[in-house]
Structure formats: C-alpha cells, structure tokens
Write a protein that binds this ligand. Sequence first.
Ligand code: HEC
Ligand code: HEC
Length: 211
Amino acid sequence: MKPTVSSSLAGLFALCMGMLTPAISQAQDGESLYQTCAACHGAEGQGNAALKAPPLSHLTAAYIAGQLQKFRNGQRGGEGDSEPARQMATMAATLPGDDAIGTVAQFAAALEGIPEGEAEISGDVTLGGDYYNQFCGACHGPGAEGNKALSAPSLAGAPDWYLYGQLKAFREGTRGAHPDDRTGRQMRAMAGVLPSDQALRDVTAFIAGLR
Ligand code: HEC
Ligand code: HEC
C-alpha cells in the first residue's frame, strides 16, 4: 500500500520523537542516578581520597559500565576483595538494571572534575618510566590514555593512592582473581611482572606524573 501524506508525516513525527525523547530523558536520568554516586565520587566526578573513592571523570563510559557490571555480578568487590571494593559492590547493586548502568556511566564519563590533593606515593620516576614503557604502555597507551579495543582504561588522571592500591590488589589477588574476570586476570599477570613493592611505587609515581 502506498503511504498517504498524512501517514508519512505521522511516521516522521514518531521517528523524531523516538530520536529526541530517549536523549532528553537519558540526560535527566543520568543526572538523577548520579546523585547517589556524587556522595563518594564527587559532584564533578573528581573522586574523594578520604573515602577511597577514585575519580570517574578520566574514564570512558564503556569502562565504567563494564566495571559496574563486574561489581554487580561479583567479579569485583566479592568476598575476599578489599573493603572499598565490597562497599562499591553494594552501591552497584542498587542500580535497577542494564539501562540504568549505561545511562549513569555516560553521565559520569562526561564529567570533568580533576582530583585534588598532594602526591602520597613516592618513587623513582625514571625507573618507573622504564617499567611503564616495557610492561604497561602496550595496553594502556604511551601517555596512559587507555585503549578501548583492549579494554584497558585510562590511567592518566587517576590519583597515585588509587593506582598503587589497585596494583597491590591485583598482585595480592583481591582484584581480578574471579575465574570469570578475563580482563582482571590479564591485569593480575601484569602486576605480578613488577619485581617488588618499590617497583609498584616507581611505576605509580611515573603514571601520576603524566596527567
Ligand atoms: C559509599 C561510597 C560510594 C558510592 C555511593 C559509590 N561509589 Fe563507586 N566506588 C567507591 C569506592 C570506595 C571505589 C573503589 C573500589 C576499589 O578500591 O576497588 C569505587 C569504585 C568505582 C568504580 C571503579 C573505578 C575504576 O577506576 O575502576 C566505578 C566505575 C564506580 N565506583 C562507579 C560508581 C557509580 C556510577 C556510583 C553511583 C551509582 C557509585 N560508584 C557510587 C565508593 C562509592
Ligand atoms: C595486556 C594488557 C595490559 C597490560 C600489559 C597492562 N594492563 Fe593494566 N589493565 C588492563 C586491563 C584490561 C585493565 C582493566 C581490568 C578490569 O577490567 O578490571 C587494567 C587495569 C589497570 C588498573 C586499574 C585502573 C582502574 O581504573 O581501576 C591499573 C592501575 C593498571 N591497569 C595499571 C597497569 C600497569 C602499571 C601496568 C604495567 C605494569 C599495566 N597495567 C599493564 C590491561 C593491561
């Protein structure tokens, strides 16, 4: 049947509404969903060192959503993981579903807050740079900007206390030890390559200086 003018106009209208409505309500939902997160991660996604909550503003929506899924399905923040990770798992469980995860992740990734605070971890930046170029840059990128295809997050923009804490967690198996956590396992192997605790500090000091 040949469409009449009015039915194709109606079709066009429906199409436009279909394109506009989700965009508008998604922006609102993202903001309201993020209210809970702001209490710890900061209104601008800048993080809060006292609460051990990292910034989110330097991360991509895909990585944030992926981690929220892991916190929900027990691959991160499950039994045996650190106290802050378990706390975050409780928060992720309050999100109603995949749509909410995608929406809040997009909102958080678009924030532009920059973490404040002094450096806490001291290390040999030159040695740290050597470790980084040898063991880390292939996945996280030469400027630690991240690599989407490899699911490797940006590290530039993360504060030193968080970077060091996560490297230690990977090494000790309080992150990335879950059998289904494929990317976590990858990163566990890499954290194990660094020869000592001081090497973790050296590479941390180097990365923290990149932002
Ligand atoms: C009660 C405080 C608290 C609240 C509220 C909270 N978080 Fe977190 N979040 C944390 C802590 C602490 C960590 C660090 C976990 C760790 O050390 O492994 C974290 C980690 C994360 C990470 C992992 C970041 C990375 O670099 O891997 C993401 C993503 C995240 N939170 C998103 C959110 C979102 C989105 C919300 C709101 C729905 C939220 N958080 C609410 C405390 C909180
Ligand atoms: C084979 C690729 C690969 C290499 C090499 C690699 N990483 Fe990673 N890294 C990843 C992936 C993938 C993740 C995300 C893990 C997840 O999904 O939980 C990650 C996560 C991290 C995190 C946690 C970031 C956050 O926001 O929570 C830190 C810190 C980190 N890597 C540091 C390093 C350092 C330092 C090196 C070198 C010693 C290194 N990585 C080498 C792939 C890699």
